[in-house]
Design a protein around this ligand. Structure first.
Ligand code: NAD
Length: 497
């Protein structure tokens, strides 16, 4: 018998009424370690009722009370991050140091949310017409829905719920069913930090729970992160039900290396950004665009570095852990055969890697494929694993053309010592986040995160100023306090005097 993870609703664990469950694996062992409940439509509706009641009073909690909860949460999270990192490694597989990195980047957003007093301020215009003032208020939406992916089980929920709650909303979080425990852990910590019951609820499940959130009339907004087909579906369905939606999708991130770049820096960056978290990051570099004149040297430097990486159990100090499921591992590995068939060179084949871990884990070692044709699915698909492709280009223009021709536009990077080329690149690339000699340009919490094209549906990015705007509705107030000069009938459209 394995344990069953319940939902977290109204400040406590809750089993709900559905009998459906899913397996939660330890991907480094290849074994099921627990079951997670899958909510029914009725379970989601019950959670929304509880959240709606909590939202009514939380919206009236003073700014100082909300700030105090966020500060307390930040302190608890910092004290107990090792516990959370162990959960992430056990269910996702990422190595402990990477799990701590994920928590640090999520905590940054909590710190940003502590500034809610400044961030929810409106604007005031005095005397727009004689004796009349106009000002704006930013008010919480009510109940908001968050649907998160498997690859950042702590950071992505923190991106959204920290800001949503600081802004005065109540939340229903539906985390990935593949690594769901972190969400309950975070919700329990928020309760410990003083958050009233029902303000942060976690409902586990699959498509049924997601659809219930997308369609429920009392859920005012949806923040989604996941693959592009589901992001598009979520965007279309939830906007069709009248909701505000931000739906972040998949990616295929290119790194353009010009001949004047520092090739050692570029090779380090390609390896770090290509194989960190086994390539299961939406900001991973999956394609290196190498200019012909330096391509051989760059590929050799990357391959040499790959030989020093240790793949294995995330608790053993390895560089790279397993993939999330066996099905995903097999799919990622299948691209190595496709590469050969499509005429590419498999420089390093991760299927032969020596593992420091249980043989039943979902392993695939770092893989490098050179001379990938852009017509191959190795290039066009989001592989989402430790497979780094090299596409050779004749110069900046061809590289930029490939980047701008991509379906996705999440992140990209240029490696060069030419400031003029870098400046052109930041202006010309049709991508939402640009790195200049920085391979994973995830913006800090006080900027906002989001891609272009099929990497983001909707016009609100995650966290930063966009986050507070997304989770609040603006209201404009036009006010006149009577003075002796008022009065008189005038049926014309209001004009200023
Ligand atoms: P996914 O799309 O399979 O799942 C994301 C969420 O949607 C999960 O909560 C899942 O339960 C739910 N879901 C899955 N299928 C569904 C369906 N048919 N109907 C309704 N809901 C469904 O994504 P994943 O595999 O968990 O995560 C990896 C993907 O997320 C990659 O494509 C990656 O690029 C992307 N991602 C993007 C960003 C970003 O910021 N753009 C960040 C992280 C991950």
């Amino acid at each position: 018998m394995t344990d069953t993870l319940d939902h977290w609703v109204g400040g406590a664990t809750w089993a709900g009424t559905s009998t459906r469950t899913g397996d939660v694996y330890n991907p480094a062992l290849g074994t099921v370690q627990k079951q997670v409940r899958f909510a029914s439509t009725a379970d989601v509706a019950s959670a929304v009722d509880i959240a709606s009641a909590a939202a009514e009073s939380w919206r009236d909690a003073s700014i100082s009370k909300r700030t105090a909860v966020m500060f307390a949460f930040r302190e608890l999270l910092n004290e107990r991050k090792d516990e959370l990192a162990a959960i992430l490694t056990a269910e996702h597989g990422k190595v402990i140091s990477d799990a701590l990195g994920e928590i640090a980047r999520g905590m940054e957003v909590v710190e940003f949310a502590c500034g809610l007093g400044h961030l929810t301020k409106g604007a005031y215009s005095e005397n727009v017409s004689t004796g009349i003032d106009v000002y704006t208020l930013r008010q919480p939406l009510g109940v908001v829905g968050i649907i998160s992916p498997f690859n950042f089980p702590a950071m992505v929920p923190l991106w959204f719920f920290s800001i949503a709650i600081a802004a005065g909303n109540a939340v229903i979080l539906k985390p990935s069913e593949k690594d769901p425990t972190a969400a309950n852990w975070l919700a329990a910590l928020m309760t410990e930090a003083g958050l009233p019951d029902g303000v942060l609820n976690v409902v586990h499940g699959d498509k049924e729970a997601v659809d219930a959130l997308l369609e429920h009339p009392d859920v005012r907004s949806i923040s989604f992160v996941g693959s592009t087909p589901i992001a598009k579906y979520v965007y279309e369905t939830a906007t069709g039900h009248g909701k505000r939606v931000q739906a972040l999708g998949g990616a295929k991130n290119h790194m353009l290396v010009l001949p004047d770049a520092d090739l050692d820096l570029a090779a380090d960056a390609a390896v770090n950004a290509g194989f960190g978290s086994a390539g299961e990051r939406c900001m991973a570099i999956s394609v290196v665009l190498a200019v012909d004149s330096i391509a051989d040297e760059l590929v050799a430097k990357v391959a040499e570095r790959m030989g020093t990486l240790r793949t294995g159990d995330g608790t053993r100090g390895c560089d790279m852990g397993p993939l999330i499921t066996k099905v995903h591992r097999d799919k990622v590995a299948s691209y190595i055969d496709v590469a050969g068939a499509d005429g590419a060179d498999v420089v390093v084949d991760g299927r032969g890697v020596e593992i420091d871990g249980d043989p039943n884990g979902f392993w695939l070692g770092p893989t490098l494929i050179d001379k990938v044709p852009t017509s191959s699915t190795v290039y066009t698909d989001e592989i989402f694993g430790p497979v780094l492709s090299v596409v050779r280009v004749d110069g900046y223009e061809e590289g930029l053309g490939i980047i701008n021709g991509s379906l996705y536009g999440n992140g990209t990077a240029i490696f060069t010592n030419d400031g003029g080329a870098a400046r052109r690149f930041q202006r010309e690339a049709t991508v939402g986040m640009i790195g200049i000699n920085v391979p994973i340009p995830v913006p800090v919490a006080y900027h906002s995160f989001g891609g272009w094209k099929a990497s983001l549906f909707g016009d609100a990015k995650a966290y930063g100023p966009h986050g507070f705007e997304f989770f609040t509705a603006e209201k404009a107030v036009t006010s006149r306090w009577l003075d002796p000069s008022h009065g008189g009938l005038n049926l014309g459209f209001p004009q200023h005097d």
